[in-house]
Design a protein around this ligand. Structure first.
Ligand code: DGL
Length: 287
């Protein structure tokens, strides 16, 4: 495969840009195609079947752009659709849950860990399984769904009184549990990092898996001989299923660099047929 091809990255909306940012930082010679499914967000309250259908369509779209790798920059889609995506992508697929779980286990001193995420991610218990897979120590885990955080992040209310009130309410059980490490198990949440940190206090380490995911991407490209040697022109293209104006405006802040142009995609035109071998079954369901 041609190492000059772009990396495909997707999320339900803008949250995946927190992963994209780390990929751009670590891999400046790589081109990317980012798709934000803003028109169908949030994913976190939707069923497994719906998320697999959405992810399948997005993979078809990324295949048209001949990506060399796909990064599922969304915890909910990683929890529900990783196996389906892997079964059909035809290129390596990176999910965000395992790198986050590994980072959390590297950071915790007490083994008392918290996880926050969307309703779908928390219900799937994908993090609990990943943590137990990466570390056999006995770990105490407190998980809490924080569905309103996604809307607050997409609205740009990253340090707003409503966000502070919402965080104080959501994070109570985690404070009470005395955790020392908190996994931001949704790629939107790093945007609310300051508010979450101030509610939890400085002694709690927040885990944003973006950096860990970028290292996994680099390692996999390296091992497959697909790292871009950096001779060609580097391009970053942005696509969304909703308003391009809103995407560019807020996306530029998420990414901490200007998004000059974004293109609207009618994602429903892509086939939602499930791959034969996945049977719609995903890792989250295989307990
Ligand atoms: N950013 C996504 C995640 O990491 C999904 C948020 C949503 O659309 O509910 O789970």
């Amino acid at each position: 495969m041609d190492s000059g091809r772009p990396i495909g990255i997707f999320d339900s909306g803008l949250g995946g840009l927190t992963v994209q940012k780390e990929i751009l930082r670590l891999l400046p010679h790589e081109s990317t195609i980012y798709f934000g499914d803003n028109g169908r967000a949030p994913y976190g309250t939707k069923s497994r079947e719906t998320i697999i259908r959405f992810a399948t369509q997005i993979v078809r779209f990324l295949q048209v752009h001949q990506v060399k790798m796909i990064v599922i920059a969304c915890n909910t889609a990683s929890a529900f659709a990783y196996d389906a995506v892997r079964g059909m992508a035809g290129v390596p697929v990176i999910e965000v849950v395992t790198p986050g779980a590994e980072a959390a286990m590297g950071a915790t001193r007490t083994g008392n860990v918290g996880i926050i995420g969307t309703t779908g991610t928390i219900r799937s218990q994908v993090y609990e399984r990943a943590i137990r897979r990466v570390d056999s120590r006995s770990v105490m885990i407190t998980a809490k769904a924080c569905p309103l955080f996604v809307g607050l992040a997409e609205e740009g209310w990253w340090d707003h009184p409503i966000t502070r009130l919402t965080a104080a309410e959501y994070l109570k059980p985690l404070q009470e549990a005395g955790i020392d490490t908190l996994v931001l198990g949704c790629t939107h949440y790093p945007l609310l990092g300051n508010v979450i940190q101030s509610v939890m206090g400085e002694s709690v380490t927040l885990i944003n898996s973006g950096d860990a995911v970028a290292h996994v991407v680099k390692g996999r490209l390296e091992s497959l001989g697909l790292l871009n040697p950096g001779q060609g022109k580097v391009t970053h293209q942005y696509f969304t299923s909703d308003s391009t104006d809103q995407f560019k405006r807020l996306g530029s802040i998420f990414l901490e660099q200007p998004i000059e142009s974004a293109t609207h995609v009618n994602i429903e035109q892509f086939s939602a047929e499930w791959p034969d071998d996945s049977n719609g079954q995903s890792e989250a369901e295989q307990t």
